[in-house]
Write a protein that binds this ligand. Structure first.
Ligand SMILES: [Zn+2]
Length: 256
């Protein structure tokens, strides 16, 4: 078989998850038969990580086990640590300008030191206090590259590696492999709050190119796989009809 990313012959890997295993991708949602070589799998793992990082808190609070069935935890947010012990989930957030110890005794970084920091707010109303947390979402290019990687993986899952190896997908491959160019992704909020991974059959747009839809957590991602994004406007119209004018947004946010 040949690799769907670099087109070289593969013989060394059997299974490739279409979503990161760390987000709970089940074993039936895999590409079998050596369609991703070991080298590409290693090279692109940072894109999987970028996608996992965006969903880390959601996965934690939804109880999604980490790779190998390990207990959920969040350790790389800088000013937040979230772990689970026998008494339940524990979260420490530091909103100070100085480091501060967490429930794990580790020091938490100051707020504002990293783009991945979480902004917590406490609101008090009468005798009730509530805490809300704001998390920046979808800012990094590697996240968008990771989404395109998942889009072509979902496509391969439904239509097979032969169709996916067509050179019509070369611009998508270039973007995923080398970050070349820009690609836009439509993101819509589903109407339930379940943490779910789903891949829907691709469809062909008016100009004869493919579009892909998949879901991670509560979000639906709509991806135009045409060589030069000629179907993006059609896809945007579809999102507007289906999710309403305020029901979706475009990544990267700087290209809206
Ligand atoms: Zn490869």
């Amino acid at each position: 078989m040949q690799c769907i990313w670099c087109s070289k012959k593969t013989a060394d890997r059997d299974l490739e998850h279409i979503f990161p295993a760390a987000l709970g991708c089940p074993d039936h949602m895999t590409l079998s038969g050596n369609v991703v070589c070991k080298r590409c799998n290693n090279k692109l793992s940072k894109l999987d990580l970028a996608v996992c990082d965006e969903f880390d808190l959601f996965a934690f609070f939804s109880g999604v086990p980490r790779r190998g069935g390990k207990t959920p935890q969040v350790l790389n947010r800088g000013n937040l640590i979230a772990t689970i012990d026998p008494s339940g989930p524990k979260v420490s957030i530091n909103m100070d300008q100085d480091p501060s110890p967490s429930h794990m005794k580790q020091q938490l970084g100051p707020y504002g030191g990293s783009q991945r920091n979480v902004k917590a707010k406490i609101a008090i109303s009468g005798e009730l206090a509530s805490i809300s947390a704001q998390v920046p979402f979808g800012q990094g290019k590697n996240f968008v590259r990771g989404l395109l990687k998942m889009a072509l993986s979902c496509f391969t899952y439904h239509l097979g590696p032969e169709v996916a190896s067509s050179n019509r997908f070369d611009p998508v491959r270039e973007f995923v492999m080398h970050g070349k160019g820009t690609r836009r992704v439509l993101v819509a909020k589903g109407d339930d709050s379940q943490f779910l991974l789903a891949s829907y059959p691709p469809w062909i747009g008016r100009d004869g190119n493919y579009c892909v839809e998949f879901r991670i957590a509560t979000l639906h991602f709509l991806v135009d796989l045409s060589p030069d994004e000629t179907q993006f406007l059609e896809l945007r119209q579809k999102a507007q009809d289906f999710f309403g004018p305020d029901g979706f947004f475009v990544l990267p946010t700087s290209l809206v």
